[in-house]
Design a protein around this ligand. Structure first.
Ligand SMILES: [Zn+2]
Ligand SMILES: [Zn+2]
Length: 1087
């Protein structure tokens, strides 16, 4: 069962009862509960009876465990009478190891804790707590030095009376016994125990004996409770995993890693085994169970050097050699430079890390050599990328003696106001982004005139990033820029662009820039190392009982990642969403701690959106310097930020961005002469399974075409308002903005007596402020750590979370994870957008239970569907998201289901819909098809046929809601509905609505023609489905789509279906109600 899908799949195939300890259940959850139950009852009996004997013969394992317990018992009893502190693990361990003559593993202690959970305190507690509570707060210097845990710390963090800052604060692993003699738990058992009174030797001996008896009883109880087909040792070992304490404070742990049995070290980068050797080794592991279902090897390739038509100057040549160690150019580099020298515009689409920056840099240096006044713009989609590349260019310029005076500057949102003027007046090269060009450069053409008049080269990196709505905005910004350059007399700007491997790069660049005749270069001349691509599927939980499903993809991923890191392989693990990224990081923390590999734990970090820019830069630098061995990331790292050489990429689940994302992520591993590995670890979702059964699609299927919509009236009008403010428009400007220009100008701009169009008043004085390229910036919630407030410390900001995520990530009682560290959410204030959290070592995570109702509220347009009696509607849509509770999850099992009452999150947007007619609903019922499954599948089938659909959403059906065991009052209309995310309305819904007949008919054809049985991404599955397509039915989708299109329904679809998958006990769909129509709406013909 997959960890990244817990809520939905649990509800789909609910084998796990939320109430633990049901004896007939056979999952790990119930086993564990039984272990705990027996342990608890064992404790009770131990107290009341004097039974010391053994109920039955103990497996040898428990005898040895008992030996360990006895040693621990003796050491703790002995120390307790002398120490004034809760005992730290390292103190206890040293003594216990002395008695046992072998190492004391964390895992062993965890097993003991499984048996005696109430007796054994084994957890990280903040060192400051230890200090405050111990012996009335006074702690002698001597005591501190006696504990190895304390001596490891920086002096500052223990001697200072100030509260440690986040980095300095540390936790100490405590191992102690906390029995409460009167039979009740001590009030503060979780943290600091009260000090026992000094005991006589006789009393100490008695105490030891009593505790030993408790252990014996606990084992007896367990053996009695264990079914004959189960192994008690396995039960304990499995349950122990959850008792391995995880340091909640930081990646630096306070455990002494230099103990015995910990000599293993990670090989240095250049000493690691080859990927081939490692793959062989993997297949010999006990845990290997044919997970590799597909392997494809790309052999190493030699570099191919090209020749320049016009040799570069000696200065530039020397600079390249000195600064970059470049002695020759690869074919694609040489071809691009040649084409630019001929005055062409160029697009280069080659693999990651094929030396693309040279393609911008050499022409720039050539321009500057012949004309010191020349200027250039280097445009990157993110600030981090721009920073990266600026550094590389500066290095190169520093090696060019004639160019010391060339000014290179970053010009982005972070550039201080006082620096901007200097940059405008002196810079030769700026590193910037389209948002700045749109809002800051073009509106101030007068201030930028020198720069624009001399602009020779515009380099746009990562061209594939400019796609969909954002790409459509950027296309208009580029048109505005070309127009302004022409207006100041510069008609010779050249454009050069690089992108990942995409389909039709020339077409995309021409669409985006509005230019023709772009030179396309796709032959990659760079050398590459050998690379293995694997498809990895989690093995079945039980070979003999396939109904139990498969092991979790996440635990496969983290185990593989550990295995690789231990061998010195630098790994990045890509996760689909932020939450999974943190869960994986948390799992790695637990596993590496359990394995005693704190040396590795220190070199692993999570990286995702939501972290502050400073944190991100820090992680990037750590990665680039080679310090990090592992990064757990979301697609925030898909773009080319240089994080140094990575050897392996693991993808946990199929990337949301589809095949293009898969290739982009796989491309992050491997460079030049090194071998590399890319592993796609399939989750159990329908989309994931498609690529398991059709692995060739991963490499051979073309990626979808990148789309920009330059005819979107909403986007075009917005930019015409901006353009008119830069220089008034005339009908001549059609050559930049296309044939719709005049119509929009007439309608929405202000015309003067001379026929010039000016910005409409409502956009003044700063039209660019009314237009955001990336959608409206959202408000954010602050997540604040108040762990230390009670002890006099300050609250600390952990993270800021966008409103649209806050509902799902921040709810009282939930667990919030940051860098794999867990926080309990204590209080959420929606008014002040503040969540208060405290550190916790909880060994569960939480995931919300939610749904979103998407309701048509008012009809603005009605449109005929070609050859069909049915209609499509367009109008206002209301969204209402409700979190009605959350699950507590441990080890992929639901351990608790919590209900919650939070205010719904409501917002409005624009969308369109098609109502499923009543007879069609009845037809579905007659064929035993769940209408919710059919509607959801039909909606995704339509979205799959519309190129801009990544900017649209539908009402995704939630498995927990559709397959619930009790009837719900929530009935949803039988309606396919599509909407634009609120706050990002850009006319996509209107565009789709204009073409609704085509989209519908395409969908019908693709579903009927698709050879798959259950549905795939080519027909009814959405790669970005929020509910992972768990509620889906392909024949049902075909029936709905055919009926809406007015087509006769295929007879073979109407044979009643044998039911597959979960059964819906109750109906959740009702006939769609009539939506109120705005005045004066007329039926639009489909012509
Ligand atoms: Zn299909
Ligand atoms: Zn969906």
């Amino acid at each position: 069962m997959s960890s990244s899908s817990i809520p939905a799949r649990q509800s789909r195939k609910r084998k796990v009862s939320p109430t633990p300890s049901t004896p007939e259940l056979s999952t790990s959850q119930s086993k564990k509960s039984r272990v705990k139950e027996s342990a608890v009852t064992g404790k009770g009996k131990g107290k009341s009876s004097v039974k010391i004997g053994r109920a039955r013969e103990w497996p040898e394992y428990f005898d040895s465990l008992f030996k360990t317990f006895k040693a621990l018992n003796t050491v703790i009893a002995f120390c307790s009478s002398r120490k004034h502190l809760a005992l730290t693990f390292s103190v206890v361990r040293a003594s216990v190891e002395g008695l046992l003559k072998h190492p004391l593993e964390l895992a062993k202690v965890a097993e003991l804790k499984v048996l005696l959970p109430d007796l054994i305190l084994f957890a990280y507690i903040p060192s400051i707590e230890l200090r405050i509570h111990a012996d009335g707060g006074a702690i002698s210097k001597k005591t501190r030095e006696a504990s190895p845990d304390f001596t490891l710390k920086k002096p500052k963090s223990i001697s200072s009376t100030q509260l440690p800052s986040e980095d300095e604060e540390e936790h100490v692993l405590v191992l102690d016994f906390v029995d409460s003699p009167k039979g009740h738990k001590s009030a503060n058992a979780g943290f600091v125990r009260s000090m026992p009174p000094a005991m006589t030797p006789a009393a100490t001996k008695k105490l030891i004996e009593k505790r030993n008896n408790r252990f014996t009883d606990a084992v007896n109880e367990l053996l009695e409770a264990t079914r004959s087909d189960e192994d008690p040792v396995m039960l304990v070992q499995e349950a122990a995993r959850d008792y391995i304490p995880v340091d909640p404070s930081s990646t630096t742990s306070t455990i002494d890693t230099k103990g015995k049995n910990r000599q293993s070290t990670v090989p240095a980068a250049h000493e690691r085994p080859t990927i081939d050797t490692i793959l062989e080794e993997i297949q010999k592991q006990a845990w290997y169970n044919n997970q590799i279902v597909h392997r494809r090897t790309a052999e190493a390739k030699e570099g191919q050097t090209g020749v320049l038509d016009n040799p570069i100057s000696d200065t530039v040549k020397q600079a390249l050699q000195q600064a970059r160690k470049i002695y020759s150019l690869y074919t694609h580099q040489a071809e691009s430079i040649n084409a630019l020298a001929q005055g062409k515009n160029v697009i280069v689409s080659t693999s990651t890390a094929s030396g693309k920056s040279v393609i911008y840099q050499v022409p720039l240096l050539t321009f500057l050599e012949s004309n010191q006044d020349a200027t250039a713009m280097f445009i990157y989609p993110t600030k981090a990328l721009a920073q990266d590349q600026k550094g590389a260019l500066e290095q190169l310029l520093a090696s060019c003696p004639s160019m010391e005076n060339v000014v290179v500057a970053t010009y982005d949102g972070d550039t201080p106001q006082e620096d901007r003027r200097g940059i405008r007046e002196t810079a030769s090269v700026i590193f910037t982004n389209f948002d700045m060009i749109h809002a800051s450069i073009l509106p101030h053409e007068d201030l930028w005139r020198r720069f624009l008049q001399n602009l020779k080269l515009v380099a746009v990196d990562e061209l594939h990033y400019y796609n969909g709505i954002f790409g459509s905005h950027v296309a208009q910004v580029i048109r505005r820029m070309r127009r302004i350059c022409a207006a100041v007399g510069n008609r010779r700007v050249q454009f050069v662009s690089c992108s990942a491997t995409i389909s039709k790069p020339r077409q995309h660049m021409e669409n985006l820039f509005g230019i023709k005749g772009v030179e396309e270069i796709v032959e990659d001349g760079a050398p590459s190392g050998r690379k293995d691509y694997l498809v990895w599927t989690p093995p079945p939980i039980d070979e003999l009982d396939p109904s139990l499903g498969h092991k979790s993809a996440m635990s496969e991923a983290t185990r593989l990642m550990r295995f690789l890191m231990e061998r010195g392989v630098r790994v990045i693990l890509f996760c689909k969403i932020r939450k999974i990224c943190e869960w994986a990081m948390k799992a790695l923390r637990t596993e590496l701690t359990a394995a005693g590999r704190l040396d590795i734990l220190k070199r692993v970090m999570a990286y995702r959106g939501g972290y502050s820019p400073q944190d991100r830069r820090k992680i990037e630098q750590e990665a680039f310097s080679g310090h990090l061995l592992g990064i757990v990331a979301t697609n925030a790292l898909e773009l080319g930020v240089d994080i140094g050489v990575l050897d392996a990429v693991l993808m946990l689940g199929f990337p949301i961005g589809g095949i293009a994302s898969y290739r982009q992520q796989a491309g992050r591993a491997g460079r030049r002469a090194r071998d590399a590995l890319a592993v796609y670890i399939a989750d159990g979702f329908p989309v994931d399974m498609h690529y398991v059964t059709n692995p060739d699609d991963l490499w051979e299927k073309p990626t979808g075409d990148l789309i920009v919509d330059v005819d979107s009236k909403i986007i075009l009008e917005a930019h015409l308002q901006c353009a008119a403010h830069e220089v008034p428009l005339t009908s001549e400007d059609e050559k930049y903005f296309g044939p719709l220009t005049k119509e929009i100008c007439e309608k929405s701009l202000t015309k003067d007596a001379d026929g010039w169009y000016h910005t409409h008043n409502k956009y003044l004085p700063y039209p660019a402020k009314h237009v955001t390229l990336r959608g409206v910036e959202e408000e954010k919630y602050c997540v604040v750590d108040i762990s230390k407030v009670n002890s006099g410390g300050n609250p600390r900001l952990v993270e800021e979370v966008e409103v649209s995520r806050a509902l799902y990530e921040i709810y009282e009682g939930g667990i919030f994870i940051h860098q794999g560290l867990t926080f309990m959410i204590q209080e959420v204030s929606h008014d002040s957008k503040l969540a208060r959290v405290v550190r916790t070592d909880a060994n569960w995570i939480t995931t919300p239970r939610d749904y979103t109702n998407v309701d048509a509220a008012q009809t603005f347009r009605i449109r005929e569907i070609r050859a069909s009696p049915h209609r499509a509607y367009y109008g206002r849509v209301e969204l209402k998201s409700i979190i009605y509770g959350y699950y507590k999850i441990r080890n992929n099992s639901i351990i608790d289901t919590v209900d919650m009452d939070t205010p719904p999150w409501e917002r409005e947007t624009i969308g369109f819909w098609l109502d499923v007619p009543k007879p069609t609903l009845e037809l579905l019922k007659d064929t035993h098809i769940n209408p919710a499954e059919a509607i959801h599948a039909a909606a995704h089938a339509m979205m799959n046929r519309f190129a801009l659909a990544r900017d649209l959403e539908t009402e995704c059906k939630v498995a927990e809601k559709e397959y619930r065991a009790t009837e719900s009052r929530r009935k949803r209309p039988a309606r396919l509905i599509f909407f634009e995310p609120s706050g990002k309305i850009a006319g996509v819904a209107a565009k789709a609505f204009d073409h609704v007949s085509d989209i519908l008919n395409d969908a019908v054809n693709s579903v009927l023609a698709c050879p798959c049985e259950q549905g795939c991404t080519a027909c009814v599955l959405g790669t970005s489905c929020k509910e992972s397509n768990l509620v889906s039915n392909k024949p049902g989708a075909a029936i709905i789509l055919q009926s809406l299109a007015g087509l006769p329904i295929d007879a073979d679809l109407l044979v009643p279906q044998e039911h597959q998958g979960p059964v819906a006990a109750f109906e959740t769909i009702e006939v769609a109600p009539v939506v109120q129509t705005a005045d004066g709406v007329e039926l639009e013909k489909d012509s």
